[in-house]
Design a binder for this molecule. Sequence first.
Ligand code: SF4
Ligand code: SF4
Length: 117
Amino acid sequence: MPWIKTEDCVGCGVCVSECPVQAIAMNEDVAQIDDQACIRCGKCHDICPQEAVRHDSERIPLEVEANVQWTKDLLRHFKSAEEQQGLVERMKRYFAKERKVAEQSIARLDGLLREIG
Ligand code: SF4
Ligand code: SF4
């Protein structure tokens, strides 16, 4: 899933006009991708003159930080150390479930590749 590194976008609009499904719009002179509309063709990444459209993998540290922050924000709802530890363990189980979903999805997609090829 491509994403816009907003501080690098100069608002030229090239990606908006080149996107085949109109999934990009300008918001206060910064391009914004509609994740639901995007068909993951990669065209915006290839044509952006500022290299402001970035690959998924570059977002990993940001997403990890967001997940940790999410957990920290939830901690304030729990008073005792025991309750807070319980929350952190539940969040760990949640992310472990997400990992399994990703692993099993990748395995299924490998099967799909074999069917196509
Ligand atoms: S092509 Fe790049 S710099 Fe231009 S609007 Fe799109 S993301 Fe921003
Ligand atoms: S990857 Fe393709 S469909 Fe998605 S926003 Fe970029 S140009 Fe549009």
